[in-house]
Design a protein around this ligand. Structure first.
Ligand code: TXA
Ligand code: MG
Length: 319
């Protein structure tokens, strides 16, 4: 059930969460499947809905930096600097957890992932709810993350409450940074670049060690069900020769000459922000269309597209 985000519905959604239910919420990155992070039986429902392995921990969403000490027992200066600069926003910090944080949220680890989302509707919902919301992306395990309420609705049955916050602005998942005593580790790239993170954290950058487990990063993720092929303008003519009679869904950012009649296409904006914002929606669109193959134009090999490349590699199954 998709809810219009007025105050009345947001109060209802907050009460539904307090009663131990799951509600899908918008964030600026992707939609999340939220539950009361202090209620293990509510959090268990998220894992069941997503069919996600229980050792894969969840991000706790907070109203503001002021709530962080309830969840983290140590807040290194690097984390303070990052939070001050980028919260509310698409940044998740992994910190040593407080003892009372339920282990179902942290996958049994000694750390907890925290994020203050900037989406105004989720900010209002968090204010009504008055606590932390554990929320992974609102897709079944290994499927594409949703960037609209309708994407979420297409994955789950009618009984799931979904707060409609419109299409998400960032479009891909948050940058995840572990901040431990001796330095920071970037566990997942995002639209906040490594350079921005490193400049702000002002501390040593450690390569990921076995000490920090981020199981979600190992899995095949964000994949459409239809076969996905990557192309650049220089090899498009090969595809044209091979597939001109087939129904193809083409996602591109370069301007194209007229394409074969049986091909449909969607053009993404030619900027990293625009490409990221619309990438999943374009993949969802063709995944649900009658095309047999999705073809995606590789973006330019520039640092601003690093996180986009990461998601594209996962979508084609090269993790
Ligand atoms: O943008 C986002 O981060 C979205 C929105 C809804 O906030 N959420 C999201 O959650 O992408 P999810 O569960 O799909 O991805 C979270 C990732 C997983 O790969 C998980 O393994 C990692 O964060 N993670 C969570 N807690 C962790 C921890 N304590 N240590 C290391 N990695 C952790
Ligand atoms: Mg996810």
């Amino acid at each position: 059930m998709i809810l219009t985000p007025n105050s009345h519905n947001l109060l209802l959604a907050a009460n539904h969460l307090k009663a131990g239910n799951v509600v899908a919420i918008p964030t600026e990155t992707v939609y999340g499947l939220a539950a009361d992070a202090m209620n293990p039986s509510a959090v268990k429902k998220i894992y069941e809905l997503k069919q996600r392995p229980s050792h894969n921990p969840l991000i706790v969403h907070l109203a503001s930096f002021g709530d962080i000490a309830t969840w983290a027992r140590k807040i290194p200066d690097s984390a303070k600097r990052l939070a001050e600069k980028f919260w509310p926003g698409p940044l998740t910090l992994v910190l040593p957890k407080q003892r009372h944080v339920p282990s179902i949220v942290t996958g049994g680890q000694d750390t907890v992932a925290l994020r203050v989302p900037s989406h105004p509707i989720t900010q209002q919902l968090l204010a009504y709810f008055g606590g932390g919301l554990a929320a992974p992306s609102a897709n079944p395990y290994t499927r594409l993350s949703p960037t609209t309420a309708h994407h979420v609705a297409s994955y789950f049955d009618e009984s799931l409450w979904i707060v409609d916050g419109g299409p998400t602005i960032v479009g891909i998942e948050s940058t995840i940074v572990a901040c431990l005593d001796n330095g920071i580790t970037i566990l997942r790239s995002g639209m906040l670049s490594a350079e921005q993170i490193i400049d702000t954290a002002q501390c040593p950058v450690l390569k990921n060690s076995t000490k920090i487990q981020s199981p979600g990063q190992a899995a095949l993720h964000y994949a459409p069900r239809k076969p996905l092929a990557l192309f650049s303008i220089s090899n498009l003519s090969n595809f044209l020769a091979q597939y001109s009679e087939k129904p193809i869904g083409l996602i591109h950012y370069s301007d194209m000459n007229p394409l074969p009649n049986r091909w449909q296409h969607l053009q993404l904006p030619p900027s990293p922000e625009g490409y990221a914002q619309r990438l999943y929606a374009a993949l969802h669109h063709f995944d649900q269309s009658s095309c047999e193959l999705i073809m995606l134009e590789l973006p330019p090999r520039e640092p601003e597209y690093e996180a986009i490349f990461d998601r594209i590699q996962r979508a084609v199954g090269k993790t």
